[in-house]
Design a protein around this ligand. Structure first.
Ligand SMILES: [Zn+2]
Ligand SMILES: [Zn+2]
Length: 641
């Protein structure tokens, strides 16, 4: 464990100590450190409240002040079981004990009266845990499995110093106001409806504007980089994914296949069981197995997975990936080295099965649209194409004010043989990734063992305005799928050659990316992304006609505007525009109507006084055209005194 993990894990033992003092009947499961703190999962009939957390935290302070040493004790498996039983903790801890592989050391850590099955490591004394806080309670299934009992998970955090803790708590507080689920509801950006299904995002008109603007922006950059747009269906035959290897290997994270009505009816009359049906869906024909084995040059599909043709069952799958569809577009015609690289882009929707406990607003969903593309190029073009992919990401992140990001390069584990492809290709591709990342000029880390089995990859981790990190999408080099699909191009030597594929979805998905953007901007989108850009506010009925005229002009100019015709007081109308985070509210009085001017209240910069309408309109259009970020008033304006 790192020193910080050790601190946090020690805090979770202190939490368990305090908890058992207050609730001796509590059954403990596990209490590991996390990226931002620690938790402990407990089984307790009493449903904990925030008041209870305060009491537990107070008790934790006592435990810390008692300055208990953390003592390690190694025991045999039998002794371990006896200790667990003597403490009445057999409900979960015996199972956790059984998880420890034979031959591995079994240890307990004791502090004061508390003793926990634990591999360690820990601080030496409980008093070293000074800056900590319990934060929340959530439901968590034992072992993350919905079939098991739901436990109560107590989240907390701990830092080496009080200052760091205070800074983190402030960040958490800010994050609450920015939570995309809350902002999304307030600004009516998206909904999730139980009748449609968990993890399935319904983009409402406001949210759709943001998504469409982003797609337009990304689409423009793709055209500049020579990408071709394609569209593909949401399903594909199981055979397609058997060739690609996505099925049945990853079936746990996919929706169950769809079987044709007639085939299903046939199975029913045969009296086929569900298990039979699954086995028949997952089997390979001898023809396909032979093909895949010949292409990969080894026994990729073992004989036990092959069934005679009449027993095979065809089905369709909601696509978990866009790659096989794009590959089929590439393969639909012959290619010469002269027309490479081929770059196929699609905002392609894919479906993955996530446990319902894992779902979270827009950031963990079951259906999502990737900003996907697949590049088919020669070995020599890989480096240049990687540069292009990264340049694109950089342009987009910079435009969105997310210039604070780091990059991770996932490389092979030199000691493993799970990787496909030739060593010299890997060396070249890894070197190309490294070189490409250097051109970004920012921080990057190399992570051996983090490559996919089919090639190295580059990941982006973006820091938002309040300092939280978000993992976005990846760029991956792939030597595997071109082999499995037997892709080729004819080289300058007129012989067939294997192209290399690059998969890239730099933002992961539109859902996740918009969720991150909502939190990054806190709902205060720059003008070009705002669902409503200008709100017209007549002071009284007398200027409603003037308002209607301006509304017509704004709409004709392509500006998203509305006119507030409610009968409220001016203050109420202005507040409403503020609540709805409209970047510009234009107040229209008699004087303004007379002079064809508007009184501008900018959300970013406050009251900007009265200006003529035409130059105002021109300025908004320019802001949109440049996709400018809104200059905040807290930042001194250039040239300001
Ligand atoms: Zn421990
Ligand atoms: Zn792909």
């Amino acid at each position: 464990m790192t020193p910080l993990e050790e601190l946090r894990h020690s805090a979770s033992h202190i939490l368990a100590t305090a908890l058992l003092r207050l609730y001796p009947d509590a059954k403990l499961d596990i209490g590991p450190p996390t990226d931002t703190g620690f938790y402990y999962d407990i089984d307790l009939d009493h449903k904990l409240t925030m008041e209870d957390l305060a009491r537990i935290e107070a008790e934790m302070r006592k435990v810390a002040e008692e300055n208990q040493p953390f003592l390690r004790k190694e025991v045999s498996r039998e002794e371990a079981a006896a200790i667990i039983r003597s403490r009445g903790q057999e409900r979960y801890k015996l199972g956790r004990l059984a998880d420890i592989p034979e031959g591995e050391k079994i240890s307990f850590y004791q502090n004061g009266e508390f003793m926990d099955l634990c591999a360690g490591t820990h601080l030496r004394y409980s008093s070293k845990v000074k800056a900590f806080r319990l934060l929340s309670i959530a439901g968590a299934y034992h072992r993350g499995d919905e079939k098991n009992k739901q436990l109560q998970r107590i989240y907390g955090t701990a830092f080496p110093t009080k200052e760091e803790l205070a800074r983190y708590l402030q960040q958490v507080e800010q994050a609450k106001h920015r939570d995309h689920r809350k902002v999304g509801r307030d600004l009516r950006l998206f909904v999730i409806d139980e009748d449609v299904g968990q993890g399935l995002i319904l983009w409402t008109p406001n949210g759709s504007i943001i998504r469409q603007e982003l797609q337009n922006f990304i689409g423009e950059e793709l055209r500049k980089q020579g990408y071709s747009q394609v569209f593909t269906p949401h399903i594909g035959k199981l055979d397609l994914y058997k060739i690609s290897g996505h099925f049945p290997y990853y079936k746990e994270s996919q929706f169950t296949p769809v079987v044709e009505n007639q085939a299903l009816a046939g199975l029913l009359t045969e009296g086929c069981s569900c298990a039979d049906m699954v086995a028949r869906l997952e089997a390979f024909s001898s023809h396909m197995a032979a093909q895949i084995n010949a292409r990969t040059g080894r026994e990729t599909i073992t004989p036990d997975r092959v069934k005679p043709d009449p027993l095979l069952l065809e089905g369709f799958m909601l696509k978990p990936m866009n790659c096989p569809h794009h590959i089929k577009i590439y393969a639909s015609q012959p290619h010469s080295y002269r027309d490479l690289p081929v770059r196929l882009a699609e905002f392609g929707t894919v479906y993955r099965w996530e446990q319902s406990g894992e779902l979270n607003g827009m950031t963990r969903v079951r259906g999502f649209t990737q900003d996907d593309a697949h590049l088919f190029c020669t070995e020599d073009q890989v480096a240049q194409e990687l540069l292009g992919c990264l340049a694109l990401v950089k342009i987009i992140l910079t435009t969105l004010g997310m210039s604070d990001y780091r990059v991770r390069v996932g490389l092979r584990d030199p000691d493993s043989n799970k990787y496909t492809g030739l060593k010299e290709n890997w060396d070249k591709a890894e070197a190309a990734c490294r070189e490409a990342v250097k051109t970004l000029g920012g921080a990057y880390t190399e992570e051996p063992g983090e490559a996919a089995f089919y090639g190295p990859k580059i990941d982006f981790v973006v820091k938002d305005v309040i300092g939280r990190e978000w993992q976005l999408g990846t760029v991956q080099v792939d030597y595997n799928l071109p082999i499995r699909f037997d892709l080729s191009y004819s080289g300058a030597d007129n012989l067939p050659h294997r192209p290399v594929m690059i998969h890239r979805a730099p933002f992961g998905s539109m859902e996740r990316f918009c969720g991150v953007l909502i939190e990054h901007f806190g709902g205060d989108f720059p003008v070009w992304l705002s669902p409503e850009q200008v709100r017209l506010i007549p002071i009284s009925e007398k200027t409603i006609d003037y308002g209607r005229e301006l509304l017509g002009l704004l709409k004709a100019a392509g500006v998203r505007a509305s006119l507030d015709e409610h009968n409220d007081k001016l203050g109420a109308k202005i507040r409403r525009a503020e609540m709805e985070k409209v970047p510009y509210a234009l107040v229209l009085g008699a004087k303004e109507a007379e002079a064809r001017s508007v009184s501008v209240r900018s959300r970013a910069r406050g009251d900007e006084g009265v200006v003529p309408f035409d130059p105002f309109l021109a300025r908004v259009q320019e802001e949109v055209r440049l996709r400018a970020l809104s200059e905040r008033k807290s930042r001194p304006e250039p040239g300001a005194a």
